[in-house]
Design a protein around this ligand. Structure first.
Ligand SMILES: C[S@@+](CC[C@H](N)C(=O)[O-])C[C@H]1O[C@@H](n2cnc3c(N)ncnc32)[C@H](O)[C@@H]1O
Length: 217
């Protein structure tokens, strides 16, 4: 079973090559997608970037308040701190945030939502730390028609190679993050069940990637 310790270890292990890897697998699209996500949000108030990784979203952010990044992985945070001196980075869990109520005008998650082990707990926390009318912006990968095939391949024929190369915990994490990826419709349903009103959705890369802005009701 995947745990937060494993999530932190996986991302710490790849932290040095993460930015390059992400640029390559998104064909360079990640920078413009993150900028477009930020454009969908109001620039007022403090901004929290959850699962900030190497801090790229906050680095691009033009909001007028504080820029705060939080992550489970200390190594990812170390890189983020080196990039943005004006931002504040801290280790913390999306599902149990160390902030008072209503302190943020917006929260962003870039490629994080499907890694959360308890999305409902996160949404409750997001609602708590957002001020009234505060916005939540998500950038993530849509579950697509090949996802079940990929999961099958990783669980059965590719498993021996995966275990040999990565070990059981990391291989289970890769499978879990695929199983945990939702369709855009499922994401919208979860958000509205937790009291967020979806205000804008955009798609990129033939619909494989979505950008979504919703507001605390
Ligand atoms: C795929 S990376 C995305 C990093 C960055 N947002 C980006 O767009 O490049 C996912 C990040 O989410 C973090 N993460 C996963 N679960 C988390 C949680 N419960 N609380 C805080 N961070 C989490 C991981 O440690 C990792 O750095």
């Amino acid at each position: 079973m995947t745990t937060k310790r494993v999530v932190a270890e996986v991302f710490s292990a790849v932290s040095k090559k993460y930015d390059l890897f992400l640029k390559l697998i998104t064909f360079g699209g990640i920078d413009s997608w993150q900028r477009d996500l930020l454009q969908m949000l109001s620039q007022e108030g403090n901004r929290l970037d959850v699962g900030t990784g190497t801090g790229e979203v906050l680095l691009k952010s033009q909001n007028r308040g504080l820029r705060v990044g939080m992550d489970l992985s200390l190594e990812m945070l170390r890189i983020a701190r080196g990039k943005c001196k004006a931002c504040r980075f801290l280790a913390g869990d999306a599902e149990n945030m160390p902030f008072k109520e209503g302190v943020f005008g917006s929260i962003t998650l870039s490629l994080v939502y499907r890694h959360l082990l308890n999305r409902k707990a996160f949404l409750k926390e997001a609602k708590r730390v957002l001020k009234g009318g505060g916005e939540l912006g998500l950038l993530d990968i849509n579950r697509f028609f090949l996802t079940p095939l990929l999961i099958f391949l990783m669980k059965y024929p590719l498993k021996p190679f995966g275990l040999m190369l990565f070990g059981k915990e990391k291989w289970d994490f890769f499978i879990h993050s695929l199983e945990n990826s939702l369709s855009l419709e499922e994401v919208q349903k979860e958000l509205s069940e937790e009291g967020f009103k979806v205000v804008e959705v955009q798609k990129r890369l033939f619909g494989l990637v979505y950008l979504l802005c919703c507001r605390k009701d």
